[in-house]
Design a protein around this ligand. Sequence first.
Ligand code: SAM
Ligand code: DTB
Ligand code: SF4
Length: 358
Amino acid sequence: MTASSTREPPAHTAIEHALALFDRPFNDLLFEAHQIHRAHFDANAVQVSTLLSIKTGACPEDCSYCSQSSKYDTGLERERLLPLNEVREAALRARETGATRFCMGAAWRNPTDKQLGNVIDMVGVVKELGMEACVTLGMLTAPQATRLKAAGLDYYNHNIDTSPEFYGEVITTRNFQDRLDTLAHVRDSGINVCSGGILGMGESRTDRASFLVSLANLPRPPESVPLNMLVRIPGTPMADIPSLDPIEFIRTVAVARILMPTSHLRLSAGREGMSEEAQAWCFFAGANSIFYGDKLLTTDNANQNHDRTLFDKLGIHPLIPAGFTAASGTHDDEEEDYTSPMGGCGGGGCGLTHHHNA
Ligand code: SAM
Ligand code: DTB
Ligand code: SF4
C-alpha cells in the first residue's frame, strides 16, 4: 500500500470556521492571512494575466450580472468567433506589455466539438508565443477537457460564482452541481483549475463564507481563484445593487488566503473602481494575481499605466513562470534574471522567485 492511499482525506473546512474568520478584528485577520501568504509565496510577486473575449454576446444563459446574456438588453453587440490572426496579435501585444498568461473567454453555455477545435487552434498560437494559456468556454464534457489538455492548455476557468445557497438567485439556466461537474472533468484531465466568483451581488456574509468553503472543500482547491467585484451592467437585474464595502472585500481576500493557502488569488473584475489603497490591502491580505490590460471581456479594466505605477509604488514585481518566453529573450531557467516590460523591478534584472501552480 502506498503512503498516499493511507493518508487521511483532506481536512474539511467548516462554514463556522470561515464565519469566525470573517468576524475577527481586521488587524488580526490580515496579520494571520499575511503570515500564511508569506509562508507559501514571495509576498512581492504578482502573477499577471491578460483577457480577450474571443466570442462576445448572445449567450443563452441568464447570469444576472452578465453583459453578454441574451436575456437582458445591455446594448452589447454580438460578435462572431475571432479569427486566429487577431488572437495571435492580441496575445503578442499582451506578452509585449508584460502578461505571462493569456486568457480567452467565450459567451457560450458550452462549446460544440467544432467550436472547441477552433479554440484549440487558439491555444496553439498562445503556446507558440511561450505564454501560459487559459480558456473559459462554459460547461465541458470529460472528452472535451481531455482534448484541451492534449492541446497544451494550462488553465480552465469555470467559476462557482457564489455560495450554493445563493446560486439560484443569480442564475436559473444551470445549477451549482453543473459547475462542479465541469470542474471535476477539468481536474481529472490534468488541466489546472481556475475557479472563483463574484462579490457584491447582494449576497450575505454567510454566502461569502459558504462560497469560499465550497472552493476550499473541492477535492483539491483550485490553483487559481479569481475574486471579482461585481461590475454593475445597465440592463441586467444587478444594475442597481448597492456596492460592497471595500473593507469587506479585503476581508474576503484574507479569508480566502487562510482557507486556500497555496492558491493564487486573482483580483479580477472591478479593480477599475477600487482605490489604490484597497488594492494594496488586498495584496497584503494575500491577493497575488491580476488581470492586466485596458479591457476585461466587455468592460474596462484598470488602466495599464496606473497598474505599472501602483506596482512601482508597492515594490511589486510580476511573477514569471518557468518556461515563459519573454518578448526580448527566453526565460525558461528558474535562476535566470528577467526584466519584465511591465517594470516593477527598477529597470534591472528582478531575480524573481518563481512559484509554480502545480
Ligand atoms: N461563459 C463562460 C462562463 O460563464 O463560464 C465564460 C465567460 S464568463 C463572462 C466568466 C466569469 O466572468 C463569470 O463566471 C463571472 O464570474 C465573471 N463575470 C461576468 N460578468 C461579470 C461582471 N459584470 N462583474 C464581475 N464578474 C463578472
Ligand atoms: C473571471 O473570474 N473574471 C474574468 C474571467 N474570469 C473570464 C471575466 C470578468 C468579466 C467582467 C465583465 C466583462 O468584462 O464583461
Ligand atoms: Fe453566458 Fe458566461 Fe455571461 Fe453567464 S457569465 S451569461 S454563461 S457569458
